[in-house]
Design a protein around this ligand. Structure first.
Ligand SMILES: Cc1ncc(COP(=O)(O)O)c(C=O)c1O
Length: 317
């Protein structure tokens, strides 16, 4: 790249530029003092910002405000879902030792699963087909082996690398037969495809600010009120005692603005993005020899293009 050439940022799967509305919402609160847990006027003002943001996120995501648990981002929300549900379910019944997930999860799910497997959990990572779709027959087989021993099923809504949408509805239908809770990592899906928490039937859903035009360091686990979650972080009892720690009101205000806008503008943005992505893929395939396109035949997120260049080593992001 020469000095004069403008930089074009395409890596929105890694992080997105902050939307001006999110910057505005966040900065409006950065200069104000008040801990949302304090009972005096400054604390109550900060609390109002948090609760209004919670309502806005709930409205955009099809859940109840009380189901939004703010976290420091997607990694923490995934850890809370995987460890928190598994611990709560094994505490209630020690025979629930198995966790079913997929081989294509983000490391924010895979690594806690691995960590749990070193501490007694039996983790089974189910395969995907050539387009990156979960093998539902394999999933059903593994559930049916011994449904009562499964503590949790965790299947991402959409893959971060290829962009493949997973059959979340079918996963929920299989899990429901046996009362197994389902967690989905929807970090890449929110704002890119239709995601409605209540309609999906999942019990827990991970989302994060910086993938939807919001700030870094803030996200949420949407968790049904009935879902038992053992906290990972203990302290002041914030976030219904599931996630202690002083609540970051400015970041949450920016997060809520970004979620609201990205969900509202999703359809319009998605069709534009898909056109640009298809054009890019067409041109690369036409001009670069031996390129392989992933995800063919599957439903993909609109902004994802996964191309393999046989002589180039990949990087993990
Ligand atoms: C699918 C998926 N899950 C989880 C994460 C982690 O989210 P965060 O960066 O907010 O911790 C990412 C980020 O790359 C992701 O793509």
């Amino acid at each position: 790249m020469t000095e004069a050439s403008p930089r074009v940022y395409l890596d929105h799967a890694a992080t997105t530029p902050m939307l001006p509305e999110a910057v505005e919402a966040m900065t409006a609160h950065l200069g104000r003092v008040g801990n949302p847990s304090s009972l005096h006027a400054s604390g109550r003002d900060a609390r109002r910002v948090v609760e209004e943001s919670r309502e806005r996120i709930a409205h955009a995501m099809g859940c109840r405000p009380g189901e939004v648990v703010f976290t420091s981002g997607g990694t923490e929300a995934d850890n809370l879902a995987v460890k928190g549900v598994h611990w709560a379910r094994t505490t209630a019944d020690a025979d629930r030792t198995r966790i079913l997930s997929t081989s294509i999860e983000h490391h924010a799910v895979l690594d806690p699963l691995h960590w749990l497997s070193e501490r007694g959990a039996s983790v089974e990572l189910l395969p995907v087909d050539d387009a990156g779709r979960l093998d539902l027959v394999a999933l059903e087989d593994r559930i049916e082996v011994d449904p009562a021993s499964v503590s949790l099923l965790s299947v991402m809504w959409a893959n971060n690398e290829v962009g493949t949408l997973q059959p979340v509805e079918a996963v929920v239908a299989l899990a429901r037969r046996h009362g197994i809770p389902v967690h989905t990592d929807a970090v890449q899906a929110v704002g890119a495809t239709a995601v409605d928490f209540a309609a999906s039937g999942v019990d827990a859903l991970t989302m994060t600010g910086h993938k939807v035009g919001g700030p870094f360091g803030v996200g949420a686990l949407l968790a049904r009120r009935e879902l038992q979650l053992t906290p990972l972080v203990h302290g002041g009892g914030q976030e219904r005692d599931v996630r202690s720690g002083t609540i970051d009101a400015p970041a949450i205000a920016g997060f809520a603005a970004a979620v609201e806008i990205s969900v509202k503008e999703r359809e319009h943005r998605a069709s534009h993005l898909a056109e640009l992505r298809d054009d890019l893929v067409r041109r690369v395939l036409a001009e670069v020899p031996d390129v392989q396109l992933s995800g063919e035949g599957a439903s993909l997120l609109p902004g994802h293009a996964h191309l393999r260049f046989p002589v180039v080593k990949g990087i993990r992001c």
